[in-house]
Write a protein that binds this ligand. Sequence first.
Ligand code: PPS
Length: 425
Amino acid sequence: LLHQGGHLSWTMEVFRMNCPSLNPPQTSTTFKHTNVVFLKTHKTASSTVQNIFFRFAERNNLTVALPVTHCDHQFCYPRIFSSHFVHPHTMPPNIVTSHLRFSRSELQRIMPNNTIYITILREPGAMFESLFSYYNQYCDTFKRVPNGSLEAFLDNPWAYYRPQEKDSMYARNTLTFDLGGDKDRPSADVVRYAKRFAAEVEYVFSLVMIAEYFDESLVLLRHLLSWDLEDVLYIKQNMRMPSSKGNLSEAQLGKIREWNAIDAMLYDHFNASLWRQLNELGLACVAREVKLLRRAQEQMIRSCFGGNLPQLRSAAEITNKELRPWQPSSKVAIVGYDLPVNASKESGMSKDMCLKMIMPEVQYSKQLLHVQMLRYRSRYFLNNVLKPSGQHQQPTGSILRHSVTPGRSPRARSFHQTRQVGSHN
Ligand SMILES: Nc1ncnc2c1ncn2[C@@H]1O[C@H](COP(=O)(O)OS(=O)(=O)O)[C@@H](OP(=O)(O)O)[C@H]1O
């Protein structure tokens, strides 16, 4: 993908390290896993991960479930996910990666039985500070706080928070809510509930990534899905301008953890399990692979953007509107990228894939929907118009492909899934 021989050289380097639990170099007879639900949680670096999945899907001609028009670019969040929220022209899907409130049973209705579930969490202090700033003019809880002050909110959150109010999920235990849990458990029951909930999440999700260890998490993701290093290259998405970010004191961190106690316990639990999984791979081997990933990333940037990272810009400064990130309000700036003038001249990657690397979620979702609708219509035309009568078929999206099968933990079989896309080398 990057340049001829690139893939071989990094697999050989890993191999030379004598990393016993790392994948052997892939041969043309091995396959990549393609059926994935990535639960896109809020303010956790999830747009960067989503972009990886979007590009993988495009390169491999896979189907990404996208929301029906009235759901916007999310699956009618914050309503609990329903299979009815999926655009019929994106059925049956291989990949689900847009924001939704998790319901395993509803996802099982549309996904194959060998689907791998993955999500990402972020340290609650940094995450809440990001939520508070991003949804400051949007979520009523935050709008009530004098001068939009995080300090004032944390001093007395109950003065501003109404559990039943629209958008209250951005103001307390957002991770728990996104995962389908109860964000407002009575405090006497929080510890017991958080333990039980973490066990449930662990049963369903084969990998819970941690934003603070993003590259290490990608190493685990790559192994879990038997993907190539080139498949997990990325450029950070959806960042705030440094001027929109606040610093947290130790006291504020403590208050945020207390207010978001279930999220904090989930984070601690899955941070520990991430490191257990990394230890199983071997920390030296993981470090080596992270280094290779970063080197490949630099190569990709050189190849795509003529040397330097595309310049970080405020939305107003970005000339190409396909690359302008959505802005939540005038009080917070989300930065995006502008393509350098000399972009992708000597590229080993296609110009389109370079552009997609920095394309924000909303525009990329629209483009994918458009492409998939065209594909769906041409398949429908081939099946129903060109075939002799008596062989007419329903468009594939109009029927539910998979039945619900209560199985053993996907985590238990996570490293032994059927692989479905041929390796590139
Ligand atoms: N690779 C990587 N590693 C660590 N952190 C990263 C990464 N990519 C994005 N980010 C930060 O993630 C925040 C945006 O998260 P999301 O994309 O999940 O937000 S959203 O809910 O989809 O709007 C946003 O955080 P804040 O800048 O603090 O708001 C991004 O800067």
